[in-house]
Design a protein around this ligand. Structure first.
Ligand SMILES: Nc1nc2c(ncn2[C@@H]2O[C@H](COP(=O)(O)OP(=O)(O)OP(=O)(O)O)[C@@H](O)[C@H]2O)c(=O)[nH]1
Ligand SMILES: [Mg+2]
Length: 362
């Protein structure tokens, strides 16, 4: 069960460039619009100092970080929901991701065409939002037309679905994104099943030139826009970071420092994707491996066991839970044990971010 974050935006915004910077995969990124047609996939590790600490403390042979998958999706233009540009088909790629990382062009370059010729990041971000809203309207409308006749004849299930969907359609047609709405449990279930695009959490990536990383008016306006749609905005120098990603690892840090780039910029994107999806990390560790695992907030330890091994769920007896912070304070598992600081939990325990778990199974 991996989580996916889709790079979405207008053509030539720099999606493939940023995908390359994050994944080091070297897919084609070029100055002509609609360069990307089929999606590209790349798995990126999430760095976590807690895993480094556990790995050292337990003395494991191997370290396995948790990951997030990024998907480079074709560019979308105004009218995409009606088939403009590459049209409707790739909106279905967006339907499959868990979160949307919207890439917005904030760099000037006369050699790289812009669909509107001028730089206006809020307009661009809003255009993408409108296309996703229009697609959601279409999806809901299609479902409504299917059930209206049955509802009229008195079919109770169709009547119930009509009552659930009509208010949703009303809100979306007023340009309210699904994720901003207060939904009932039934509506939430339906939204998940229908994969509505504006229900997905969003991060904004402002693609700036390194010369304007710290003083870009575009980044300021996008950050402000982000607060209105409840989306964090991260400035990122796509081109420079992608070029650095091609260098030997030993040279990367030197170039980043020379260019005034933040070493942590890439990880900030991965971390933001993780945060908007409300994901948390738990750890398992023994002499063979220290392993970080991703689960949604609110997952119980029985479900978490299944992430580690399918058998663990069926054979679960109990879980011994150590808080990573306690391990840091007391220095070793043995001391924690002597202080009675190893918690023992049954299936219903809700896993907390940073728990180090020892599963006891039959
Ligand atoms: N100057 C400058 N150029 C950039 C930057 N980011 C991307 N580019 C260039 O812009 C062009 C388009 O970049 P891509 O990454 O292919 O854009 P895309 O969003 O994937 O485009 P489509 O796949 O066509 O939708 C390429 O020539 C990149 O080198 C940047 O931060 N500064
Ligand atoms: Mg591309």
């Amino acid at each position: 069960m991996g989580f996916q974050c889709g790079l979405v935006g207008l053509p030539n915004a720099g999606k493939s460039t940023i995908f390359n910077a994050i994944t080091h995969l070297g897919v084609e990124a070029s100055a002509y619009p609609f360069c990307t047609i089929d999606p590209h996939f790349g798995i990126v590790p999430l760095e976590d100092p807690r895993l480094d600490f556990i790995f050292e403390n337990i003395g494991s042979a191997k370290k396995s970080p948790t990951t997030l998958e990024f998907v480079d999706i074709a560019g979308l233009v105004k009218g995409a929901s009606r088939g403009e540009g590459l049209g409707n088909q790739f909106l279905s790629h967006i339907g499959r991701v868990d979160a949307i990382a919207q890439v917005i062009r904030c760099f000037e370059d006369e050699n790289i065409s812009h669909p509107y010729e001028t730089l206006d990041p809020v307009r661009d971000a809003n255009d993408v939002k409108m296309e996703l809203l229009l697609k959601d309207m279409e999806l809901i409308d299609r479902r409504l037309s299917k059930i209206r006749t049955a509802a009229k004849t008195g079919d109770p299930a169709s009547k119930k679905m009509l009552d659930t969907l009509e208010p949703l359609y009303d809100q979306v047609s007023k340009e309210n994104e699904v994720r901003s709405l207060n939904l009932s449990e039934t509506q939430l279930e339906l939204v998940r099943e229908m994969n509505l695009l504006t229900a997905k959490p969003v991060i904004l990536i402002a693609n700036v030139d390194e010369a304007h990383l710290h003083d870009s008016p575009c980044v300021c306006s996008l950050t402000e826009y982000g607060t209105t749609i409840n989306a964090p905005c991260l400035p990122f120098c796509g081109k420079a970071q992608a070029e650095i990603a091609e260098l030997d690892q030993a040279d990367q840090l030197e170039f980043m420092t020379a260019m005034g780039l933040e070493e942590t910029a890439l990880q900030k994107i991965v971390r933001a994707g993780y945060d908007v999806l409300h994901l948390i990390t738990f750890f398992t560790a023994n002499e063979n491996e220290a392993h970080a695992w991703t689960i949604p907030e609110g997952t119980n330890v029985h479900e978490a066991a299944a992430r580690v091994h399918t058998d663990f769920k069926e054979k679960f007896i109990k879980a011994e839970v150590i808080k990573t912070a306690d391990l840091k304070t007391y220095g070793s598992m043995k001391v924690l044990h002597d202080h009675g600081l190893i918690e023992v939990h049954g299936k219903d325990y809700i896993v907390e971010d940073g728990d180090l778990i020892l599963f006891k199974v039959r």
